[in-house]
Design a protein around this ligand. Structure first.
Ligand code: DQA
Length: 255
């Protein structure tokens, strides 16, 4: 390696040049030092596309293009600049569009999932009745299903009636649907029913077990006639089924 050449940096005209060394400021400077101004300019352009806010990159490119202008015909220079401007313009437009879509998705496609008492013990609680999955595993499946449907699900579990009611209030703002398994409160809570009556979004009542095939006190749901639909007896799959049903409702613009 000589003083002004860096090992691994391809020299102009060399055969079997690497397909594309990683563009870095150092690489650009080495090219510049070796007199390969066009290559240095290309590296700066790639860097500018990657980091459009770094003013020093633009300054360096401009300086090189000025030097190139002395040796290359003027029209070539302005053509190069126009291409770069186009690239940067496209990049910014794509970024803006993505930002806008992200914000829209965040706002308009959210599901709240509420689990009532004792459901935090799923996996350990009567597995022959409720299955062996934990609430964390079920929540992960719910979130995944929502994501696959272009929605976002927030999940919540509490053993306390008042806390569940306050969580239901949260569905008043910013949620497009509520999926709720009030567990034992299903059969007793007029308070939860009253809270649900405030909502004007689809409410899906979910039960892991088929409550209608069990003890008679479980046959009565205080919220069934307030809910948009009921999913019972499918175990944990009932939640993901409810998520997908909500996504389909949205497609039909029922939401
Ligand atoms: C349950 C059914 C309820 O009767 C029971 O009290 C529960 C779970 C279900 O998901 O199957 O806790 O809601």
């Amino acid at each position: 390696m000589t003083d002004d050449k860096l090992e691994g940096v391809p020299t102009a005209g060399s055969r079997n040049e690497p397909a594309g060394p990683t563009p870095t400021v150092t690489l650009a400077k080495v090219y510049e030092k070796q007199g390969f101004l066009d290559k240095a300019a290309s590296v700066y352009k790639e860097l500018i596309i990657a980091e459009p806010d770094r003013a020093e990159l633009k300054d360096a490119l401009e300086a090189i293009e000025k030097r190139l202008a002395g040796s290359t015909p003027q029209p070539e220079k302005s053509k190069t600049k126009t291409t770069l401007d186009h690239l940067l313009g496209w990049r910014n437009a794509i970024r803006e569009r993505k930002k806008m879509l992200d914000q829209k998705n965040e706002k308009s496609r959210r599901i709240l999932v509420i689990h009532g008492p004792n459901l935090g013990m799923l996996g350990r609680r009567e597995p022959s009745m409720y299955g062996s999955s934990t609430i964390e595993e079920i929540d992960a499946e719910i979130k995944k299903a929502a994501h696959e449907c272009g929605m976002r699900a927030d999940t919540f579990q509490s053993n306390h009636e008042g806390i569940l009611i306050e969580k239901i209030y949260e569905a008043l703002n910013g949620y497009d649907a509520l999926i709720i398994n009030p567990a034992a409160y299903t059969h007793t809570s007029i308070a939860i029913r009253d809270a649900l009556l405030m909502l004007d979004i689809p409410i899906i009542e979910v039960h892991l077990s088929n409550i209608h095939r069990r003890e008679s006190f479980r046959h009565k749901s205080m919220i069934a006639d307030v809910a948009t639909a009921q999913v019972v007896g499918f175990g944990k799959d009932g939640y993901t089924m409810a998520v997908r049903a909500v996504a389909n409702l949205k497609k039909k613009e029922v939401l």
